[in-house]
Design a binder for this molecule. Structure first.
Ligand SMILES: [Zn+2]
Length: 396
């Protein structure tokens, strides 16, 4: 069983040990080694493994994975073979581990606050590359939190972080363990390790933790979404929270500059602009509709088909709502047929009193379909002239 040096000191980035066992790695070409003692954290409890290097007489190897087996042996995946009995100097990527400790420490604080303030039980932690999540079982099978509750949880945790209360980890004797006010019962029965954060969080945990709550930095809840009957809370802590704040501030500043308004007026300014844009679009469409109608009327001919005014028009691309409004208005009059190509979009339409099947006509000259009085489809602009000739020949 490997002696786990991070239990005593979670900020131990360098240590000495000896290779006790070696084996083939799970991925082809890799090797795994177990030492007598190690400060590398193996993936467990939702916290990912440490990475780093092993330096030894004759070279060095990258550590690309760490996991513990059932017997408590910690296995390091290394980039090259290191023989049994070799003395190694382990070097841990402290930046990666500090980030993990900030997220993991924040998770404890959040789970503690959820329990104390909302009587919610935290089921699991997932520490991801971007953010972390916990699943919370809330009374009454609630799967959401209100805005006020989210704010209250953030404020509670952040105030406790600023208190910079000590974080202590230890292995209590059975008698002491039985007397401790744990947030939830331990999942193991032997070698139970307890973590206590100030007087607001105490639970069994074998993970790595900052030495005081202040080193968690801050917490920001990102979202609360339902997940399998529980509320899934996504959050970031420490350096990730600071980086996110910087990113959001940059975005907000840029948006404010683009809209020429202070950041706190962004949402009001954006809604005002949106409604002004919608109004401007409505006005532009009214003009486009009027222009199209004039075009339809200019192209009218009463000679092609007896008793019917036929208008064959090709127009440039324009707003579909304007086209639709102009067509409806045009065929609202009696005795009209409209053959319209806007770009490659065809619209064939007729007044209610005219007897001709526009859907059939559109299928004969291009692609499409619809009702006998109003059909739409696609084809080259020349289609309208072909359709006009068909009507001229067949409706004489
Ligand atoms: Zn922990």
């Amino acid at each position: 069983m490997t002696e786990r040096l991070y239990y005593e000191n979670a900020y131990l980035w360098e240590f000495d040990g000896t290779v006790k066992r070696t084996r083939e790695g799970k991925k082809p070409g890799t090797r795994e080694i177990a030492l007598d003692r190690s400060a590398f954290y193996p993936t467990s409890g939702g916290q990912p493994f440490d990475t780093g290097r092993m330096v030894f007489d004759g070279g060095e190897a990258e550590v690309t994975g760490v996991e513990a087996d059932r017997d408590g042996e910690v296995w390091h995946t290394v980039s090259r073979a290191i023989p049994e009995g070799t003395a190694v100097h382990g070097l841990i990527d402290g930046k990666r581990r500090t980030d993990h400790m900030e997220q993991h420490g924040g998770e404890h604080m959040l789970a503690g606050a959820v329990w104390e303030k909302l009587q919610g039980t935290t089921i699991g932690l997932h520490l991801g590359p971007e953010d972390s999540t916990i699943d919370v079982e809330l009374p009454g099978e609630r799967t959401h939190l209100t805005e006020e509750e989210i704010r209250m949880l953030e404020d509670t945790v952040n105030e406790r972080i600023r208190l910079d209360a000590p974080i202590r980890c230890w292995f209590p004797a059975a008698e002491e363990l039985a007397s401790l006010p744990l947030r939830k019962a331990p999942t193991v029965s032997e070698h139970v390790r307890i973590v206590a954060m100030g007087d607001f969080e105490m639970v069994a945990c074998g993970g790595t933790h900052p030495s005081s709550t202040g080193r968690i930095g801050m917490i920001k809840i990102l979202s609360v979404t339902p997940a399998r009957g529980k509320a899934r809370i996504a959050f970031v802590c420490g350096g990730r929270a600071a980086a996110l704040f910087q990113k959001y501030m940059r975005c907000a500043d840029k948006a404010g500059a683009a809209l020429s308004c202070p950041v706190d007026k962004l949402s009001r300014t954006a809604s005002e602009l949106k409604s002004r844009l919608a109004e401007a679009e409505r006005t532009a469409n009214r003009y486009a509709t009027k222009e199209l109608l004039e075009k339809f009327r200019q192209a009218e001919s009463t000679e092609d088909v007896k008793g019917i005014t036929l208008s064959a028009v090709t127009a440039e691309e324009t707003d579909a709502r304007a086209v639709s409004a102009a067509v409806s208005e045009y065929i609202g009059d009696k005795g009209k047929i409209l053959l319209l190509a806007v770009g490659e979009k065809l619209t064939f339409a007729r007044s209610a009193d005219v007897k001709a099947d526009m859907a059939e006509l559109i299928r004969r000259v291009g692609r499409g379909g619809g009702r006998p009085d109003l059909a739409g489809g696609a084809g080259i602009p020349e289609c309208v002239n072909v359709a006009r000739k068909i009507l001229k020949t067949e409706m004489k």
